[in-house]
Design a protein around this ligand. Structure first.
Ligand code: ZN
Length: 273
């Protein structure tokens, strides 16, 4: 794990890349921010923690070395398993932060989107302050991810794994995140309403030739097949279902998640936050 801190005092916000070693965009975004965010920079107020998480997995270009880091939070510092111990160390570094942005990419198609598990005012500020079209509420589904174990954490799915677009978008979103929390003062923050999709079901994958027929956030008409392989045919039996993180080859065990539009996150804040 590499941790670079810039500035001092509060608020303290963190940008974390390289949670998954096969997603190089996060590390590149963090390295770029290290260059951009200088200690004596008068545009900076508060503390910025810039973190590259899973260096061993990044070195070999694999998602993880022993277990998926983003399935082993809060971790255990005593563990012999590399990622489980790393999760605990990362938690210690980030604990108490006012806002955390965890950078990811996927095999799924655009648009980029944000994910949260617990909607705090800080999370609302992060989501509505970034140029994302959608946000996913994964609170029903996740309990071992960074965003479900550390308060005020938002995950960003910045785009397709390995693409330059994901690096560009992730950088733009990370700068917007710093502006939204009053840390970066290069330009005014801007906030927008963000539609929320609540996910509550994983769509399992069996084996054989996988096929996915609907894109992220595209409504699947009742009675239509979302995905199939030699084991499963996933026919949607109710109205209003949309897929999230849909992909044929992105994950070994799931085609993605089922969700529904459940509202809109408004960019209004209580005073003092
Ligand atoms: Zn990831």
């Amino acid at each position: 794990m590499r941790v670079i801190e810039r500035g001092s005092g509060s608020p303290r916000v963190a940008v974390v890349g390289g949670i998954h070693g096969d997603e190089p965009a996060g590390e590149r975004i963090v390295e770029q921010l290290v260059e951009e965010v200088r200690v004596a920079d008068e545009r900076i107020e508060g503390t910025v923690q810039l973190v590259v998480a899973n260096e061993r997995a990044l070195a070999v270009g694999e998602r993880y070395t022993e277990v998926d880091l983003n399935r082993t939070f809060p971790g255990d510092v005593e563990s012999d398993t590399y990622e489980t111990a790393l999760a605990a160390r990362l938690t210690t570094v980030l604990e108490g932060a006012d806002a955390i942005l965890a950078l990811h990419t996927s095999h799924s198609v655009p648009p980029p989107f944000a994910i949260y598990s617990d909607l705090t005012e800080s999370v609302r500020k992060t989501v509505t302050g970034m140029p994302v079209e959608y946000v996913v509420d994964a609170g029903n589904l996740r309990d071992t991810t960074l965003d479900s174990t550390l308060p005020h954490t938002v995950s960003l799915e910045a785009g397709r794994q390995g693409s330059e677009e994901a690096v560009d978008f992730g950088l733009e979103a990370a700068r917007a995140f710093l502006r939204a929390h009053g840390v970066l003062h290069d330009e005014e923050p801007s906030f927008r309403e963000t539609p929320v999709v609540t996910v509550d079901e994983e769509v399992p994958k069996g084996g054989g030739e996988p096929a996915v027929y609907y894109r992220n956030f595209e409504e699947i008409p009742k009675g239509e097949v979302f995905a199939r392989d030699d084991v499963y045919t996933h026919r949607v039996t109710s109205e209003g279902m949309v897929p999230v993180l849909a992909s044929e080859d992105g994950y070994d065990d799931i085609f993605g998640l089922y969700g529904r539009f459940t509202g809109t996150l408004e960019p209004h804040f209580h005073s003092g936050t």
